[in-house]
Design a protein around this ligand. Sequence first.
Ligand code: HEM
Length: 487
Amino acid sequence: MREQVGSYDLKWQDSYGMVARIWAPCNDDRLWISDPKALQYILQTSRYNMVKPYAARFLLNSATGPGVNGAEGEDHYRQRRILLPAFGPSESRAQIPVFRQCASELVDEFKSKMESQGSTSQETNIPHFLTYAILNALGLAAFNYNFRGHGKDREEFTASLRDFMVKGFGLPSNGKVFFQGIMDHLPTWMLDLMVNLPSSGLTFLRRHVELSNGIAQQLIQSRLTEEDDGNQKDALSRIVIANRSESERWRLSDKELFPQLATILGAGHETTVTSLGWILFELANHPDEQWQLREEILAARAGENGDDSKMVNLDALPFMNAVIKETLRFDTVVPHLFREAIRDEVVPLSKPIRCKSGKVIDELFIPKGTSIIISDVAYNRNKELWGEDADVWRPSRWLDGTVKNTGFNVGVMSFGAGHRACLGWRFAVTEIQSFMFELLWGLQFELTEKSTRVRKENCLVMLPMVGGEEEKGNQLPLKVSLIDLPK
Ligand code: HEM
């Protein structure tokens, strides 16, 4: 049976420490690394001297078109410079009413469904249960675009986003693993030609990019005529307005702006659904913590008393934020990042290592061209950072002083780091907080027999699937029940 994603990383970290050399196809050395100091150097200090390998950019660009995620060097810098401010802390906080509204509609829909069935609970596939509400929340907050609306293209695009990773990338078959292993050796012109191959994944992705660019074109055109009266709240309006006032050197062309819609949805939708899914799964697995969190939410809601002007500060709910951080750490949704050194580098290590020759070194010489696999999974389970019980889901470690400041976003490696760190991490955390605030107040989550067969599978991001039913794609079954609590 195939190992679950991340299991080798944890075995290697236990056996060899935080640095290892992997022999890949074509006699190609790869550096596998989870050392905190080295990661800081590779992701932050070295900047554009450690780039995403061409093969990784090829995969990203096939999925979204040439957006910020697949850009490098000055192109990347220019694009990120315009996009980043639209996803800042106050911009993300401004979206809380939208996020909470979408979450509360989801609870209401579930209630109506249960009433019509004369029932109070149902086994529910969590990613499918969440997907449209999260998509709609992201669509409204990022683009003021309502995915619930009608229209052939809109409906097709919404459906294609639901199973984006599974249909676009699928499970890692032996053939795919081999192909990814040799991709770095193929000439770039060959990869560029392969974009047009009639494989089912690439055909799906081509149609997805076509639909998304059509919608982006309409949305951006409508923003171009918009006056800046300071009331624009969605990220796209902020981006278009910021871009308009840029000098020619920094301004993005329409051709550069269009792919950002697919990039933001591709990078931001399934990652958020999956992270929230794992949070609900962990809470179902730990009923005491689920009730502890519900009590925190109830107390905060009592303070709001239904008055919008008293909306609670979600960052100030300690246990909720501990649960979020702990699940981002424990169930790492983006298990690996990939980089390549474009010049010789010397990378510092947090702990000396003994080489095969017996020599002890505290920095690593990396020749130009080295492929690097950054293991977020291993970093997030490092016992020296998280405590001896790093392999246990325990939110209280964030409150009892076990976790020291790691210097990375939210304290974990789950959003990457440095000049390419997740552009939407504040957005994602605010959306997850808002959904938890509504869902846990109205609903209860419990394990079922089927949830015990849930596995972590690698479809570019780590997705939950049920063992023996992988062909059904994303599955995280939980019993969802209505609970009647005071407003
Ligand atoms: C819990 C949800 C999310 C997780 C775990 C996540 C994780 C990540 C990670 C690990 C990276 C770094 C990739 C690398 O360095 O190779 C990344 C990049 C990115 N993320 Fe997220 N992400 C999430 C949500 C979002 C959201 C909601 C958005 C948009 C609103 C978003 C937009 C992006 C973009 C555009 C990039 C590329 C940034 C660049 O290359 O400069 N992500 N994300």
